[in-house]
Ligand binder design. Structure first.
Ligand SMILES: [Zn+2]
Ligand SMILES: [Zn+2]
Ligand SMILES: [Zn+2]
Length: 313
């Protein structure tokens, strides 16, 4: 480091623009008495050549940049739409991961006015399944906190789930950058929990089992259950059910248990495949009333974790 005393900039050195021959002439104070003339410095042959060379260099650089830009445009145009989406997706993923304001949500579409930000590469536009890229699906992807390209503002972008799937492995953004918003069925919840590593067929089989169980349970706990806790009409409702002569209360049915449904990463399921499954809305969270506790929101499923055998409900 220089010492502070010498830190000051020296006064700018006068640039000796012209040759030494003309130097004495321009500095001649006597010249001030001469009629006013715009002071024009003389260009030497070398000056001229130097600026010509500089201009050539600038022009070449501009042309090279223009050629690069055109080549890039052509390259992009010649890509398959899904390849283009993949490229855009890689850039978007970096942006999402580095910008603390950006968050991705799976949400229920509140309207059909949002347009898919995949624009011309939108799956629906490409397949002429729609005249435009408006999102008509029940659910959609929302990206919050997108920095606008044209002004210093923040925007929200929407995507078809399938278009976003082409762009980004959205499960890689779980949990901090990708959230489920609202109430979702068992399949979507398990997909999220295991970052896509689930067996949809096994979950579908469990859902069928659970629905059958619910039906039988409703039958079993019909009118007789309500009637004074299984005591017959001849019996006092206060009697001890183990000693009275009433038939024993029907045994509670075994609740089906969800197990062995996770897979390795090689058998990952895409979110768009989960959302198009016919059972996607089954087994959302339910409200359960318990005396002394009140209403609670709970998952209806009973699950055994693969290794330990620990039951969770
Ligand atoms: Zn789309
Ligand atoms: Zn009952
Ligand atoms: Zn009884």
């Amino acid at each position: 480091m220089e010492n502070p005393g010498s830190g000051e900039c020296p006064p700018p050195q006068k640039r000796n623009r012209s040759s030494t021959a003309s130097g004495s002439h321009t500095q001649d104070k006597a010249a001030s008495t001469a009629p006013k003339q715009p002071q024009k410095r003389e260009f030497t042959e070398e000056d001229w050549k130097a600026s010509e060379h500089r201009w050539e260099t600038v022009k070449e650089e501009r042309e090279a940049a223009e050629r690069t830009r055109e080549a890039e445009e052509t390259r992009r145009r010649n890509l398959e739409p899904h390849e283009r989406l993949q490229e855009d997706g890689a850039a978007l993923q970096l942006e999402i991961e580095s910008n603390p304001d950006m968050l991705v949500f799976l949400e229920t579409s509140r309207s059909q006015n949002a347009q898919c930000h995949a624009k011309d590469d939108c799956f629906y536009v490409r397949n002429e399944a729609a005249f435009d890229n408006f999102i008509w699906d029940k659910s959609r992807i929302r990206v919050n906190g997108v920095r606008d390209e044209t002004y210093w503002g923040v925007e929200t972008h929407y995507y078809h789930v399938i278009c976003f799937n082409y762009m980004i492995s959205v499960e890689d953004l779980i949990p901090s950058k990708f959230k489920l918003e609202g109430s979702w069925g068992l399949m979507v919840r398990k997909w999220y929990q295991h970052k896509g590593c689930i067996d949809l067929d096994k979950i579908a089989a469990y859902i069928a089992e659970y629905k059958a169980y619910e039906e039988r349970e409703t039958d079993r706990c019909g009118p007789h259950h309500v009637r004074a806790l299984h005591h017959g009409p001849q019996c006092d409702a206060e009697s001890d059910p183990t000693t009275c002569s009433c038939p024993p209360a029907p045994r509670a049915l075994d609740k089906p248990v969800l197990r062995d449904y996770t897979t390795g990463p090689e058998n990952k399921v895409e979110l768009s495949d989960v959302l198009s499954h016919q059972d996607v809305d089954e087994m959302r969270y339910i409200h359960v009333f318990t005396w002394g506790v009140g209403f609670e929101v709970v998952a209806p499923e009973t699950e055994v974790q693969d290794a330990g055998g620990k039951e969770t409900t």
